[in-house]
Structures are given as C-alpha cells and as structure tokens.
Design a protein around this ligand. Structure first.
Ligand code: ADP
Length: 175
C-alpha cells in the first residue's frame, strides 16, 4: 500500500509542467502581468525569470525587479519569481522545465523572438517556446516606453500594476 502511494506521487511529479517566462521586466508592466496570469491557468507552475543582461544598466536592479514582480503576483499561488545570471537553457535544466513562454505584441517582436526560439532549441532540443498573443489593450506597452513617460512625471496608471506606480515614478524621477 505504502509503495503504491509513493509511486502515485512520483508519477505526478514527473508530469508537472513548469513553464519559464523570461525577460528583463524593468519594470513589470500590465502586459507582462496579463501573460503571467494566463500562463498560470495553463501550466502547473510558472517561474517568472528576471535574466541578467550584463550589457544593460536598467532602471531597477535585479533584486528590485524581483521584489516588484513578487508584490504584484503574490495572490497567484503557482507563480514564483527568480533571477538568473546565465543561459536560460541551463536554468531550465536545473528546474526540469522544457517550456519557455513569450509574449508577442507586434510583427516587430516576431523576428527577434523567432531567432531566440531557434537558438534556445539549438542549445537544447528538448526546449520548446510557446507564444502567447498580447491582449489588444496592452499591445502598445513596453517597459522602455513606460520609463520614458515616467521620467517626465506622466501618468502611468493602467500601464503598470497600481501597487508599483509610486515606486516606478519615484525611481524614474531620481534618474
Ligand atoms: P519589454 O519589451 O517591455 O522591455 P521584456 O524584455 O521584459 O519586456 O519582455 C519579456 C517578455 O514579455 C517578452 O516575451 C516580451 O515579448 C513580452 N512582453 C512585453 N510586453 C508585453 C505586452 N505588452 N504584452 C504581451 N507581452 C509582452
């Protein structure tokens, strides 16, 4: 009986589908959050992964970005937030995940994302990238355009989650 129960738990674990949603999230926007919520309905677990880009100095440092994402995803039980300084496929091997989630806004995203998907698949043929279309109301949102508005004190309500508006405005003002 004990042995059977163990086998049951073990099978479920190996079938658990963990998806990784990577990006810079500097800062997280309502467009990102929408992709996270929709992914959390499809996969058992979603790891939002803030990737370190050594060539880019961001508005928020990596730990601050992680904290902001944690703040706005705290009610989503199967969503975790982490950061990683290395190759995405290496992180995925560590976590036993084979699915990358990407959001697509416009045709202009396609070329870059297509190249990245092929590269990641070349680095690890077990890895698949799944694309989710943005909702129309978020299709014009990007972290960089929001930062441009915030630097000059423009209204960013509706563009980033309400809980982080003040932090984004304050940080942008002090640039
Ligand atoms: P940004 O382009 O805003 O700086 P990131 O580089 O952090 O964003 O992007 C992480 C992922 O989120 C990418 O797959 C990107 O295409 C996707 N994404 C960014 N903004 C949106 C949006 N408004 N709607 C849907 N997906 C988005």
């Amino acid at each position: 009986m004990g042995k059977q129960l163990f086998a049951f738990i073990d099978t479920r674990r190996t079938k658990m589908k963990i998806a990784i949603y990577p990006g810079s999230f500097d800062p997280i926007t309502n467009g990102h959050l929408d992709i996270i919520k929709r992914s959390a309905k499809v996969f058992d677990e979603v790891i939002v992964l803030v990737l370190v880009n050594p060539n880019k100095k961001g508005l928020f440092d990596i730990d601050e970005r992680v904290k902001l994402i944690e703040k706005v995803t705290s009610s989503l039980e199967n969503v975790k937030v982490e950061s990683y300084n290395g190759l995405l496929v290496d992180f995925m091997k560590e976590r036993n995940s084979r699915v990358i989630i990407k959001g697509l806004r416009a045709i202009s995203d396609f070329e870059y994302e297509f190249q990245m998907a092929l590269m990641n698949n070349k680095l690890d043929p077990n890895v698949e990238t799944i694309f989710m279309m943005t909702r129309a109301e978020y299709s014009y949102l990007s972290s960089s355009s929001i930062k441009q508005v915030a630097v000059f004190g423009g209204c960013i309500k509706g563009l980033v989650p309400d809980e982080i508006i003040n932090e984004v405005l304050l940080k942008s003002k002090n640039l």
